[in-house]
Every structure is written in structure tokens, then in C-alpha cells.
Design a protein around this ligand. Sequence first.
Ligand code: HEM
Ligand code: HEM
Length: 238
Amino acid sequence: MQSPLQSVAKPALQQAIYVYEAPLRLWHWVNALAIVVLAVSGYFIGSPPPTLSGEASSHFLMGYIRFTHFAAGYILIVGFALRIYWAFAGNSHARQMFIPPVTSRAWWRDVLHEIRWYFFIAREPKKYEGHNPLATLTMHVAFLWGIIFMMVSGFALYGEGEGMGSWQYRLFSSWVIPLFGNSQNVHTWHHIGMWAIVCFVLVHVYAAVREDVMSRQSIVSTMISGWRQFRDDRPADD
Ligand code: HEM
Ligand code: HEM
């Protein structure tokens, strides 16, 4: 017979599941860095620093800021194209963000549960191998479509600089600028898009750290090592 002492001493069963493969993790951090650079350089394109002293010809400050923005923009775009490839080539978690199961009632119930959990109403966290349903929904709506909008509007602005014969102008500026009325409106919406993405990032980082602390499963380290560790012996809900 097992003594009460033995059952106390029994270590909690720790499960670990390999969730995010290396290309996805690499993309996540390169993409995050590109977005920080784009937001800072974009902010200064919209609100340039005060005039520098001396001859204008001895400075190239706005040139460097714009170059930084465009270089980070191309890194974002190439990374995004590779990320789409990985949605096909990678494991099922690599597809989650692209295809939230919006026709499933059970999934919406879990979205609601996560909202209640984030608002401290639900008492128990659910555990998921990949993204939780609310994270999937937010990443799909706010990040995925947000970033597509930023790439399309960014290219439309870029095409104006490159000129009418350029592929950027033909593919993007030619229809995006008439759609928004004029170039200034595209600037304004591209700028507003930045603040929407900044909001996503703030909430995202808060949620990642909060879940790491409160939901008894690894979260932040999962995007570094790829492994999800469950910190008690309850199996994953999904
Ligand atoms: C998360 C992604 C991005 C953010 C946060 C961002 C942010 C910004 C902001 C705030 C501005 C200033 C708008 C204004 O007030 O006039 C700007 C301008 C611009 N952005 Fe982006 N951007 C992003 C992606 C891109 C991409 C992918 C491209 C494409 C190469 C791009 C190209 C441009 C261009 C051409 C301008 C106008 C530059 C100028 O008029 O001198 N952006 N961006
Ligand atoms: C500009 C900054 C960031 C952006 C745009 C961003 C965006 C994203 C996106 C789109 C995903 C989904 C990945 C996929 O399914 O392919 C994701 C996942 C994740 N991100 Fe970020 N991220 C940023 C910064 C951060 C930071 C600073 C942290 C750490 C504190 C972080 C932690 C995570 C974690 C842990 C996941 C996986 C969440 C889960 O397992 O459900 N992210 N992020």
C-alpha cells in the first residue's frame, strides 16, 4: 500500500510537446524586429526630427531613415512570403494563424472562454498545444490582415517614388491610390495601420507574458525552443 508520504513526494508529470519548428521561430523574431524598425522609422517619416544645423547638403538624415524603412519593409515582405510557404510545408501549428476554424461552434466557445480568462472571470486556464483560440483569432485579424494592408499600402507609396514605369507602381500604386482618393490618404491610412499594429504588439506581449505566468504552461520560451512544457499533469485541452 502507498504511504501518504510517498504520494506527496511523487513529482508532477511534466509533458513537453514540440510545437513551433525552427523556420517559424526564426520568422517570428526576424518579423518582430523588422516591425519595430518599421514602426520607429515610419514614425520619423511621418514626424521628421527638427531641422539639423549647417548646410542641408551635409546631411542625409531623412535619406537614412527612409532607407532603413524600405530595407526593413523588404525584409518583412520576403519573410512573409517564406512564412506562407511554411504554412504549407510546416506542421499543423504553422497553419493555425492562416485558417482559424470559424465554422466550429466549439472553437467559438473556447474563444469566449479565453476572453473570460483574460478578464479574470474564468477561474481555470485551458491548455493548448499551439495558439489558444483567441490568440489565433487576433493574429488572423489584427496581425495577418494588418500586415497585408501595410505591405500593399507601403508598396503603393513606394511605387510613387520609383515612378510610373516601375513594377511597384503598376502592381500597387495604380489602383491603391485611386481607391483611397489620393496619395495623402494612403499615407494617413498607412500611418493609422502602424498604430493598429503597435496596439496588437502591446496586447500580444502582455498576453504572452501573462499566460506564461498564469496558465501553467510555457509560452515565451516555446517561441524560443519550440517546446511547450505543461507544468502540471493535466493534459492539453486541444
Ligand atoms: C509594419 C509595417 C510598417 C509600418 C509600421 C510602417 C509605418 C510607416 C509610417 C508611420 C509611415 C509614415 C506615413 C506618413 O505619416 O506619411 C510610413 C511611410 C512609408 N512606408 Fe511604411 N510601414 C510599414 C511597412 C511598409 C512596407 C512593407 C513598405 C514597402 C516597401 C513601406 C513603405 C513606405 C513608404 C514608401 C512610405 C512613405 C515614405 C515617404 O513618403 O518618404 N512601409 N510607413
Ligand atoms: C513586433 C513584435 C511582435 C510581433 C509582430 C509578433 C507577432 C506574432 C505572431 C504573428 C505570432 C503567431 C506566429 C505564427 O503562428 O506563425 C506570434 C506568436 C508568439 N509570439 Fe509574438 N510577436 C512579436 C513580439 C513578441 C515578443 C516580444 C514576445 C515575447 C515576449 C512574443 C511571444 C510570442 C509567443 C510566445 C508566441 C506563441 C504564442 C502561442 O504559443 O500561442 N512575441 N507572435
